[in-house]
Design a protein around this ligand. Structure first.
Ligand SMILES: Nc1nc2c(c(=O)[nH]1)N[C@H]1C(S)=C(S)[C@@H](COP(=O)(O)O)O[C@H]1N2
Ligand SMILES: [Mo]
Length: 361
């Protein structure tokens, strides 16, 4: 298949779900395609022929239309954006330490990655079709059928987001043709929103006056109170990502020389917010010091940060938390975030480093 980095975790092979180790994400604006996480719901990956593929635009539009790949390329201008995708289940493993949400993938912190995506603006395609009055939502349907849903993967976003400049129908990832595993020939990219809305193997865009009734909109990817259970329409549909961060280097559990150690990580604000501050603590949050933020590759991408910690010999737990431009800050404790489907673990990032005194033995 691909040459994934050493330390990649394959959670399941059918459906294929895999995440890279933290170090593969560290200190790079763009995640190499081979290190990009895979999140699938269907056992079989659709293999669509770009020569015969067509996108249907229907529902509440004045001019329902079908576009071949060539027609999309010819009719609309190409745009690109650097965008971080992040699964709502990213860091679920931390919630599973509290209690097990049964049947869910135990994602570590690697269900996120950043790529340069290029394609056409969804807004341009919708304007060509003419959105009818009264429309409120835009649904995306993929070609894959998951066992748990018994229907093609389908979710929606509010019309307002669908019409935003940053939402793309992408055919390219990191300046190469979009790989089949990531949704070729065309996938949706919804910057700032949970990865689940960025539908792969896109076949249909449907304008409607209600959110999608698809399983992955109506039942899954919803936040439920701890004492509730998933059912159609229960809980709150997840949309914009909540502020989150991780320590990416040195690796969790690494041995490092005692003394000054450069520690780096990523942070993502979500929605149209930005990361404005990251704090690091070596005493479990009793005291914090502010890390330095790297420039952001785009307003839709994560923000890397770095700091230097003076580590005494022995074991230190390094804790990090990010703040966003709406003054949102990550909460300390995964226990208060626990929810039946195991989404949105944005509790403080924690890694353990073992510092070894050098010289003199
Ligand atoms: N058609 C389709 N689109 C999909 C999915 C899927 O299973 N089928 N998974 C979604 C989820 S939950 C995430 S997090 C992202 C993952 O994208 P990637 O596999 O390219 O990283 O795709 C989204 N789009
Ligand atoms: Mo996801």
């Amino acid at each position: 298949m691909t040459t994934q980095p050493a330390g990649t975790t394959v959670h399941s092979s059918q459906p294929y779900n895999a995440e890279p180790p933290r170090t593969a994400l560290a200190d790079r604006d763009l995640t190499p395609v081979d290190a990009f996480y895979h999140r699938n719901h269907a056992a079989e990956r659709p293999r669509l022929d770009p020569a015969t593929w067509a996108l249907r635009v229907d529902g509440m539009v004045e001019r329902p239309a079908t576009f071949s790949l060539d027609a999309l390329r010819e009719r609309f201008r190409e745009h690109s954006e650097v965008v971080t995708l992040q699964c709502a289940g990213n860091r679920r493993a931390g919630l599973m330490e509290v209690a097990d949400p049964p049947g869910e993938t135990p994602w570590g912190p690697g269900a996120t990655g950043t790529a340069r995506w290029a394609g056409v603006r969804l807004a341009d395609v919708l304007r060509e079709a003419g959105v009818a009055p009264g429309a409120t939502d835009v649904a995306f349907t993929g070609a894959d059928v998951a066992e748990e849903a018994d229907e093609p993967y389908a979710v929606s976003v509010p019309l307002e987001k669908a019409l935003a400049d940053e939402v793309l129908l992408a055919w390219s990832m990191n300046d190469a043709p979009l790989p089949s595993a990531h949704g070729a020939p065309v996938r949706v990219v919804v910057p700032g929103w949970i990865g689940a809305r960025s539908v792969k193997w896109l076949e249909r865009v449907t304008v409607a006056d209600e959110p999608s009734r698809g399983h992955f909109q109506a039942v899954a990817y919803r936040l439920l109170p701890a004492d509730d259970a998933p059912a159609p329409g229960r809980g709150v549909a997840l949309g914009p990502i909540a502020v989150n961060a991780d320590v990416l280097s040195p690796a969790d559990g690494a041995e490092v020389p005692a003394g000054p150690v450069r520690v780096t990580g990523d942070a993502l604000a979500g929605g149209d917010r930005t990361v404005v501050r990251v704090d690091v603590s070596t005493d479990d949050g009793a005291t914090w010091h502010e890390a330095d933020l790297e420039p952001q590759a785009s307003r839709w991408s994560w923000r890397h940060w770095h700091t230097t910690l003076d580590l005494p010999a022995g074991t230190t737990r390094v804790v990090a938390r990010a703040w966003d431009s709406a003054a949102g800050v990550q909460p300390a404790d995964p226990a208060e975030l626990w929810n039946p489907k195991g989404y949105v673990n944005n509790s403080w990032a924690r890694v353990t480093l073992h510092a070894v005194a050098s010289g003199g033995g």
